[in-house]
Design a protein. Sequence first.
Lengths: 276, 307, 441
Amino acid sequence: MARRRTRKRNLGTNFAALCIAAFVALPLYWMVASSFKGQADITSAAAVPPHPTTANYGNAFSNYSFGQYLENSAIVAVATTAIVLSLGTFAGYALARLPMRGKTTIMTVLLMISLFPTIAVVAPLYLLLRDIGWLNSYQGLVLAYTALMLPFAIWILRNFFLTIPTAMEESARVDGAGPVRTVLQVILPQALPGVFTAGVFTFVAAWTEFIIALTLNNEDRYRTIAVGIALFGGQFTTPYGTIFAASAVAMLPIALLVLVFRRAVVSGLTAGAVKG
Amino acid sequence: MSSTVLPPRRRSGMRRRSARLGWAFASPALLVVAAVMIFPIVFSVIMSANHVQVSGNGFQLSGFTGSNYSILLHAPRFWHDLEFTVLYTVFTVAVEMVLGTLIALVLERLTTGRGWMMALLLMPWALITVVSAELWAYVYNGVYGVLDAFLGDFGVHDLNVLGTPMQASIAMAVADVWKTTPFVAIMVLAGLVMLPSEVVEAARVDGANGWTVFWRIRLPLLRPALAVAVLFRILQAFGLFDLPYVLTNGGPGTSTESLAVLGYKVLFNDLEFGPGAAIAATTALIVLVFCLLFLKVFRTQVGEQED
Amino acid sequence: MTKTSRRAAAAAASAAAVLAFTAACSSSSSTTPAAPAATGSATGTITWFANQFGPTTTDVRKTLIAAFEKAYPGITVKLEQAPSDTDTYRSTLVTQISGGSSSFDVYNGDVTWPAQFAKASLALPLNSYFDQSYWNTFSNGLVSSLSYKGQTYAVPLFTDNAFLFYRKDLLAKAHLPVPTTWEQLQSEAETLQKDNLVKYGFAAQFDSYEGLTCDWTEFAADAGATSVNSDGTSSSIDTAAAQKALTFMRGLITSGVTPSAATTFQEQQSESLFTSGQVAFLRNWTYAYADSNTQGTSKVAGDVGVTNLPTFAGQTGPGYSVTGGWNLYVNPHSKNLAADVDFLKWMTGTQAQTIMAEQGGEIPTVASVLADPQVQASNPAYPVAAKNKLNARPSYVAQYSQVSQAIYTNINAALSGSVSPSAALSSANSQINSALSNSGL
């Protein structure tokens, strides 16, 4: 009887999952399908490209330096994520757990910084990086992104750390573990899903950011994909096929990344599944 | 907070040490943020209170003024855009939080294929925002959009999705829900998974059923995770830019113009950096109030009690 | 660093901010133009920041650069690709030039930018580098649109006109002449629709964006209306003539001649309605002729005719076309002005303008090139363009961007039926006036 109920529940869960997957996947499918449509078919509503072609992909890579843009985006996003997570984990832990004065103020100021409209800080940010001499470079963009995304990453990490019971740290302290080791070996494994969330947030934000990348790096050598795609097209035309082809390629690294890191997260997640 | 049983004097010494440690942990991050972000934000706020002329020789600030703000307060367009942005935010955040939590609960129960589901869910979120707007513009297109073709099969013609204020707003919200809800779901799922399983099991043993466990025990424990998801959504929704910019350019008329689109036009089309900065500063202030209010209602302190 | 900004800096909240602010406010001092150099002797590398124009299949910019470098072996031109969206492009130009960037020397810019860029000194004044005979080579009216307060801030790279594109096959089938008035166009369209020859009659760009300001300016001019008075001091949009134009435009939609979705149409949507064979008449730019006559992508290839836009009954035809197109501007921070000037001169010379017309499909700005029979034979739109009655948008005011927004948002609201034509015009009127007096958004 209990087993039957479980099976029924699984059926319901699987059906719901299927619906969610369909809602998410349909527009994506439409994008990918359209990326294989040529000029003549791009206005057709056919679900399968009538005359499939890879011309759009060729166009993105040969008429624009799309390969270079991909490389640039990867470098900038990976570096930003690494720095944000390493700085943010310790800051998030301190703000969640350690008895510092003025934590409320710090959290509020961090929130303020992350909600200040980016368009209003682009021009002064440009002046700042010009004076450091980091325009048209990787490090300039990484620095700007790190500062821009750290505040909210700290918020994410700190709030997830808050949900972890304190008992573990105390036993670690009793065992004589130093504070850095406590964070790395006790807190981090516990908070892995939260760290993953913060990492995805940062990586995707860096991967898709447009206005700052457009302004700071205007040499083709240092342009990112979000900017690269905005170069496509002429005065009166939006070349949907080419844009979608480029975007489909730009999504792949993220999918791979999630699948690779899934192990790390799923280990945390399986614990949840068992109790579920 | 850390309350092992220790004699009072040792405790206060340890507290001081812990506080020092806290600053050591937090300061690298805080310094980077301060070094890069304080100047641009302060600069922008100064511009909002000055007559500003952008020029080939930098920004010329010619004296303090309140006129940038008074221009805003007297512009019906600003009030309209504010109203639109607030309504849009409230609506989409509510929808996305409910949907996101439901999706997270489904994912949590899913026994097979969860990694693949997560990879799929993150795809819309990983799509470059302007591309996702272009994708929906392509779907909603009034001439060859697939939505019209699809609805045409059911005898619905000439819907003109983007040409009427209500339909255009809903169309934007759908695109937004599609792109952002999956990430909300991932955030909530992470929170769910990190909950201590003992508490839930204890309740189960006491005979509580699934819903009671969820409402009475897991949801309250989930508050910090949910709070950060809501904050994240408020920030995103209030900064709504690409969808109206690509889908309607604020039309029909200015009925779907968001504050971010207005700010962008005033700054970079009109080159009015004074009023533009004032829009940005006002927006920031309003979102901040929104967020703090929410945190208060939600009873999650911004910082934990400094005991 | 100016005195005023120093005062503002002193008011900065924190000491750190003041330091950074002071440093950032002072931009490089390379803005004083060097003495005009003799042309032809310049050498070095210059960067041309340009968005894509001309056909998408071949990049005419590269053809032009190759020909220029052949004519001026001492100069190398580096092409820097600019964003295709005009407003995005402008935002990056503004931030970089105001930030003192010299990473590009010459840049493409919209025809409506001279006054705004002049006022903000984002473009170098050019009068001292070119003599009067140079400016006389261009078609009528082009040079005045490049000037602000007596100085000229750009050279015209190529120009663009609006045309009426029509389906020759449909008109022949229904034995109808090519319309010369808007009223005639509407009644012919209704006939074609009634006879089930075509789904819609007329398409144009009625979305809430700059293109609607173009379309509106044409309809208004045909009715004898303007949007801003000639000295640029106040609005002139709220008149009976403007009311007539707007009421007619709205009537196109309510009568079903124009689809209601046209209030979301930009160039691309209106053109694809035409190339998919669903509309009889189309108002669009030069590119649409070649585009809609391309086999494979257009269902109406070979059946497309081009003529001047109609006007309202009782006016002398043809109707007005606004001037579109792009200019070349010089970055005030450019370090190689002599080479920039050589490049500008060559790009607006006979050879480059002929390439532009024959391979780029863009209307040349040099009058003698446009008049050349060989050039005219290369594109049926060019002889029509030579007969066009041109009208500029009111971009001679530095606040043109706000003026245009006041126009297109209100006209779009009226066309979509959410407000009445008279309410839309009176609202546009007050918004234009507050833009011109710098007292509104």
